[in-house]
Design a protein around this ligand. Structure first.
Ligand SMILES: Cc1cc2nc3c(=O)[nH]c(=O)nc-3n(C[C@H](O)[C@H](O)[C@H](O)COP(=O)(O)OP(=O)(O)OC[C@H]3O[C@@H](n4cnc5c(N)ncnc54)[C@H](O)[C@@H]3O)c2cc1C
Length: 497
């Protein structure tokens, strides 16, 4: 039952919202907390995406929460196990009763007179309702739930078969024995292509405009399996997590430092598994250096196995047009298809498309700078949870949750009503307007540049992307010369945060 006022309001009951709430109810037991979720279900990404083979790309011993051991044998997990894990965590931390489903946050206005956010929620029937909170935590993920990104292709209307986007996968789709073309080369395509091939499609072609780095490796961690048998779960998990965080960072660091050798390693791993006549340079050599975009993971080399078995293939080229029976590329290649899957990505949105304002003045995100990777300049009592591109998403989300708990504790101790990363117009004018995600140039990141906040070139205004930098930035002292703690009324006159 949604109350009219709460100390902390979390938007979104996905992996981030539930994990963040667990930290908050544990570390701030005196504060009331509610979660609002626009869908009727918990789990976010792991509930929405239902395409064949949906799985994690990350190792679950790092993608799982720090406080809840991942105990499955597989370290690369099917989506439904991740969904179960999120739901079980929510149950164990009594968050299910604190979550209101079918409530979409449309807007939120902070008043510096009352130090309260007034949040407008829209119910499933279109009715609006207002609630207030002291702290607003946005855990809305980063993409539009309504529709995935899908470029227009010439003469799409001519195609006689089905066109499907992975974000909206029909559960009764019959692909048995059919020719499927999957457009895309990201994690979704690399997951879908071998899964469809394994599960009975006639032939699956991955049609890509540009190549990705694809790394084949085991979907289990032998050391984790051993340690889980001989040590208490919590100890084993903590050790495996540490090892994996270190290894993840080490590998990315080496890839960035030694791009030529890393590329050679990727190609050698692929060559071991692919037929001799497979054109690795054409299909598997990206134009960008390794680790400057997210690397796709192929569990046990499943994509390469299916290519070798002749059930899947890769085509690299540009689409000229759709036809009644498939796709024609600009070089004249014809791909016959019964089903075309547009694994062309996501539409990035910030804050779940909710609009923010402070004292009635709209917060236009590109005019604001990101503070410590999770707050916005001159926006009080609000933080957003987000992962990084080169490490497991949950790693930064949990650091951010711990940081926000520390900010709230500081407020409670000092009697302040709100905390705001203050940035004067003069200081802002002297700071470069760098893109939110820095050098990362994946298509979906570039498409979102104009609607995202900026980052600066100096701490605490840098949106760091590595775990160590995030840890230093977020778990260091809360007080600095930017975050201002303010009071609006004498402490005795109200009794919340
Ligand atoms: C298919 C897929 C696989 C992925 N695999 C990995 C992986 O292996 N490793 C990794 O590190 N990352 C991965 N990611 C990135 C992934 O999105 C995150 O890891 C993680 O699931 C995001 O969690 P989240 O809670 O921040 O967002 P989400 O899972 O998107 O959840 C956000 C929740 O907020 C709700 N919401 C949004 N807007 C509003 C609003 N205005 N009002 C109320 N509720 C709202 C949504 O309904 C949703 O329930 C993957 C992403 C996708 C799409």
């Amino acid at each position: 039952m949604m109350r009219d006022h709460t100390d902390i309001l979390i938007i979104g009951a996905g992996l981030a919202g539930i994990g963040t709430a667990c930290h908050m109810v544990t570390k701030l037991p005196g504060l009331s907390l509610q979660i609002v979720e626009m869908r009727e279900h918990m789990g976010g990404t792991w509930d929405l995406f239902r395409y064949p083979g949906i799985r994690s790309d990350s190792n679950m011993h790092v993608y799982g929460y720090e406080f809840r051991p991942w105990v499955d044998d597989k370290s690369i997990s099917p989506g439904e196990h991740i969904l179960d894990y999120i739901k079980a965590t929510a149950r164990d931390y009594n968050l299910t009763d604190k979550t209101s489903f079918g409530q979409r946050v449309m807007s939120a206005d902070f008043s510096t007179q009352t130090a309260l956010w007034t949040v407008t929620l829209r119910g499933a029937g279109g009715e609006d309702r207002r609630v207030t909170c002291r702290w607003l935590q946005s855990c809305t993920g980063y993409y539009n739930y309504g529709a995935g990104y899908r470029p227009d292709f010439a003469h799409e209307e001519d195609f006689g078969g089905q066109i499907i986007h992975p974000q909206d996968w029909p559960q009764d789709l019959d692909y048995q024995g059919k020719r499927v073309v999957v457009i895309g080369s990201g994690a979704t395509a690399v997951t879908l292509v071998p899964s469809l091939a394994e599960q009975g499609a006639g032939h699956v072609t991955m049609l890509q405009r540009s190549q990705s780095y694809i790394f084949p490796d085991k979907d289990y961690d032998p050391l984790a399996q051993k340690l889980m048998k001989i040590l208490p779960e919590k100890w084993a998990y903590a050790l495996i997590r540490k090892k994996n965080i270190f290894l993840e960072r080490y590998k990315i660091g080496r890839a960035l430092k030694y791009p030529v050798q890393t590329r050679a390693l990727f190609e050698a791993k692929a060559a071991e598994r692919l037929p001799d006549d497979f054109d690795i340079v054409k299909h598997l050599r990206p134009s960008y250096p390794p680790a400057t975009q997210r690397i796709c993971f192929s569990p046990n080399g499943d994509l390469f196995t299916q290519i070798t078995a002749g059930r899947a293939s890769i085509e690299t080229g540009h689409i000229k047009r759709f036809t009644q029976t498939g796709i024609v590329l600009t070089d004249g290649t014809v791909l016959k298809a019964d089903i075309i899957v547009t694994a062309t990505g996501l539409n990035i949105v910030m804050l779940g498309e909710a609009t923010l304002s402070v004292d009635g003045k709209t917060v236009n995100l590109p005019d604001h700078y990101i503070y410590k990777g999770c707050m916005l300049s001159n926006v009080p009592n609000m933080a957003l949870s987000s992962g990084t591109l080169t490490a497991s998403y949950t790693l930064r989300v949990e650091l951010q949750a711990r940081y926000v708990c520390n900010v709230l504790k500081t407020m409670l101790k000092s009697g302040a009503d709100y905390a705001v990363p203050a940035l004067s117009a003069a200081a802002q004018a002297g700071m470069p307007r760098l893109p939110f995600m820095g050098e990362f140039n994946s298509g979906y990141i570039l498409r979102a540049i104009d609607t995202s906040p900026r980052q600066g070139d100096k701490d605490p205004w840098i949106n760091h992307q590595t775990y160590i930098e995030n840890k230093v930035q977020l778990l260091g002292p809360v007080s600095d010369d930017v975050l201002s703690f303010k009071s609006v009324v004498p402490r005795s006159e109200h009794n919340a945060v």
